[in-house]
Design a protein around this ligand. Structure first.
Ligand SMILES: NC(=O)c1ccc[n+]([C@@H]2O[C@H](COP(=O)([O-])OP(=O)(O)OC[C@H]3O[C@@H](n4cnc5c(N)ncnc54)[C@H](OP(=O)(O)O)[C@@H]3O)[C@@H](O)[C@H]2O)c1
Length: 270
């Protein structure tokens, strides 16, 4: 039996608790910490999971999942450090925080696994990339893969790739939301009512995503299948190319990667 404590049951922390319960973890194996008593009582009422102090979680849990905002990490580590049992696995969901930061502050030898999740965790469709710190082994990665597998897909990456992962899948959902928003605007331009334009585009996005995820075909093949000679789609593609949409995506994702590096460096210095 492994006791798992989620430290900071906000949006991502709650989504994980809910996913773990749906995945068959008994509520008695789970704990959470939350600053506000009202929210803590609400979560216990909703999930039957016990809310405890950070110190108590550190003493009782085998796995601590850190889901506070990166800027709240220092006070949390202060609360943790005195009570952490040796060998407790620390799993950080905090964007941009290197495993070395935890290793410096926590008792020597503490295994740390860094995760970059994304918001579709809220609907059980997260893409999470995990990386082992210096003291985390295969058994720790296996366990984290199993835990996060209840709320989506999981891949293993070297920690050096986490900034690129942040730019691709961490921020990725926002790029799709942005595209959908722009396509709905195009519907308005063509005289389609907003609600109808939303339905047309969102279902097209769901359908396209399902074909990509389940069909196993490369996106180029799928796109070519709807691009008939002298047809409507190729006229649209020509405009996308003319306006440099592909180049814009390359530059945008590179800029997001650079910002992630910059934020990580700020934590290293802080
Ligand atoms: N949301 C995303 O898109 C996303 C994507 C990838 C990764 N992440 C990472 O996931 C983490 C959580 O993000 P989120 O969006 O779920 O944030 P959130 O909704 O603000 O949740 C964080 C929760 O932790 C609580 N908290 C802070 N310090 C605490 C402490 N010492 N003890 C107990 N509880 C504490 C906060 O309470 P207060 O509100 O009262 O401070 C809040 O309820 C972040 O590190 C973020 O980088 C988020």
């Amino acid at each position: 039996m492994t006791t798992i404590a989620v430290l900071g049951a906000g949006k991502i922390g709650e989504a994980l608790l809910s996913g773990l319960l749906d995945g068959g973890r008994p509520a008695g194996d789970l704990l959470f910490t939350e600053k506000h008593a009202k929210r803590s009582a609400e979560l216990t009422g909703r999930y039957g999971v016990e809310g405890v102090s950070v110190g108590e979680a550190a003493k009782r849990a085998d796995v601590l999942v850190v889901a506070v905002k990166p800027q709240d990490i220092e006070p949390l580590l202060d609360q943790l450090v005195g009570d952490l049992a040796p060998g407790t696995l620390v799993v950080s969901l905090c964007a941009g925080l290197p495993t070395a930061l935890f290793e410096r502050r926590l008792p020597a030898g503490t295994p740390v696994v860094r995760v970059m999740p994304n918001t579709p965790m809220l609907v059980g469709e997260a893409m999470s990339a995990i990386s082992a710190g210096r003291h985390a082994g295969e058994e720790h990665l296996d366990l984290v893969e199993e835990l996060l597998g209840t709320v989506g897909k999981v891949v293993r990456v070297p920690e050096s790739q986490q900034d690129a992962v942040t730019a691709l899948s961490g921020s990725g959902p926002a790029y799709f939301f942005y595209l959908v928003e722009a396509m709905i605007d195009a519907g308005i331009l063509l005289g389609i009512p907003r609600e109808l334009a939303g339905s047309l585009i969102i279902q097209s996005a769901v359908g396209a995503a399902t074909m990509l995820a389940e069909g196993g075909q490369h996106p180029v093949i799928l796109r070519e299948a709807v691009t008939s000679p002298a047809g409507t789609t190729i006229m649209a593609i020509r405009e996308l190319e003319k306006h440099g949409v592909r180049a814009a995506l390359l530059a945008a994702i590179e800029a997001a990667r650079d910002r992630s590096v910059e934020l990580g460096n700020a934590h290293e210095k802080g």
